[in-house]
Design a protein around this ligand. Structure first.
Ligand code: PLP
Length: 433
């Protein structure tokens, strides 16, 4: 049995001074029982908690750490910047280099603006889409999460799904009045909505592979339908690639699926583990943003040199390794998915394993497939919690929620993957109890 004495003590102190003891809701273990583990440090594929326990990290800080913890190239880029100062509120050469790299990497980007989080990226991109089209309505999909801006919290995934919140208190109905929410992967509903509201729709925002209701890839034809219908009605297509950017391919989901959006949002991996987000797209759209155009968007720490140094080093490392790295992650992900399906069947537990590249979720459901939020919600979260707790006890840090994707990293060895399979196998027997 692992001891979690120090984590427990810290948690008791934390809940007195921080709501729920955590600074972001899914870090609490509400959905799986027990108290959160407090982390001391990370190295490569592993996390070490304050009690000295080691875990294979399948969360990767919820996506950013595709290269693992404390990657030497990223640490040295950060260290090189630090003596020069941490923020200037004025342009730097690093920002130019980084913007050039992003525009070269992500197929649809011609111009990009840096911000400090994924939430800011989506919020600002939607303001740009509304400013550019002169329209108000935004279409989003149930179970997709685009950060915590008020008007995007309608039927959101991630922590909203994990905690089972019907809607978010504190968001006036008027604020979400221009947000239409449709089932993910429902091409019929998409066409019906466009027939009714098409010429008032500013844009459709989508996770091209959803990760915030668990991993749910697009069905064949869904992204194509989004592209076609938005174009037909003069609305913009916004790919929220905060999770999928630099994860599903070097150029993100848009490279992997060959569909180019009008605007793209980035965060997580693009920031190399520091607070950074970005949004960009065609130059004529991006030029609606101040100081060129009338759409105001700003940030004291936007383009922060330390965050940009980390992001640039990450993107450059991925660029060098991309021909090997993404194929390897696809192979590991595929192997895990097959092994999980087999082990669950052996244990007599029905599951649906959704996986694409290094994103993977095991849904404990009796359904034959999970293609949308309603289907994801049929999962037996008690079973998931028992599976999760077996993994944690055996040294695997899996996302503490049925409705979050796990993220694999290139720092994981074949031995780590083997250990994960063996532990998951034991977990399926426990889940059944
Ligand atoms: N968009 C997606 C797809 C996300 O997964 C997230 C965070 O999980 C966000 C936006 C918000 O990013 P941040 O938490 O950096 O504000």
């Amino acid at each position: 049995m692992k001891t979690h004495q120090r984590s427990k003590e810290l948690y008791e102190r934390a809940v007195k001074v921080i709501p729920g003891g955590v600074n972001s809701p899914v870090r609490a273990f509400r959905a799986v029982g027990g108290d959160p583990i407090f982390i001391h440090r990370g190295e490569g594929a592993y996390l070490y908690d304050v009690d000295g326990n080691r875990y294979l990290d399948c969360v990767g800080s919820w996506g950013p750490l595709i290269l693992g913890h404390a990657h030497p190239d990223i640490l040295s880029a950060i260290s090189a910047q630090l003596p020069n100062g941490t923020t200037f509120g004025a342009p730097t050469e690093l920002e130019v280099l980084f913007a050039e790299e992003l525009c070269e990497a992500v197929p649809s980007l011609e111009k990009v603006r840096l911000v400090s989080s994924g939430t800011e990226a989506t919020m600002s991109a939607i303001r740009a889409a509304r400013g550019y089209t002169g329209r108000d309505i935004i279409v989003k999909f149930e179970g997709c999460y685009h950060g915590h801006a008020d008007f995007l919290l309608a039927k959101a995934g991630s922590g909203v799904a994990t905690l089972g919140l019907p809607e978010c208190a504190g968001v006036p109905a008027a604020v979400t009045a221009n947000t239409l929410t449709l089932p993910y992967n429902d091409i019929e509903a998409l066409h019906a909505t466009f027939r009714e509201y098409g010429f008032s729709i500013a844009g459709v925002i989508v996770e091209p592979v959803a990760g915030n209701m668990g991993c749910v890839p697009p069905i064949s034809g869904f992204l194509e339908a989004l592209r076609e219908v938005t174009q037909r009605y003069g609305a913009l297509l916004l790919f929220d690639e905060v999770m999928t950017g630099f994860r599903l391919a070097y150029g993100g989901a848009q490279e992997r699926f060959g569909i180019l959006p009008d605007l793209t949002m980035l965060g997580k991996i693009a920031g190399g583990g520091l607070p950074l987000g970005a949004f960009g797209g065609r130059a004529e759209i991006m030029d609606v943003i101040a100081p060129v155009g009338p759409v105001y968007q700003a940030g004291t720490l936007s383009g922060n040199p330390v965050a940009v140094a980390a992001g640039l080093a990450t993107v450059q490392t991925l660029k060098k390794q991309r021909h090997v790295l993404y194929e390897r992650l696809d192979r590991i992900g595929g192997k895990l998915a097959d092994a999980f399906r087999y082990a669950a069947e052996e244990a007599g537990v029905t599951v649906v394993v959704n996986q694409i590249g290094s994103m993977i979720t095991v849904f404990f459901t009796d359904l034959p497939a999970v293609n949308n939020y309603a289907q994801a919600k049929t999962s037996n979260t008690q079973r998931f919690a028992r599976w999760f707790r077996t993994l944690l006890e055996e040294g695997i840090y899996w996302p503490p929620s049925q409705f979050e994707s796990a993220f694999l990293s290139d720092a994981m060895s074949d031995e780590d993957v083997y250990q994960l399979i063996e532990t998951a196998r034991a977990g399926f027997y426990k889940a059944r109890e």
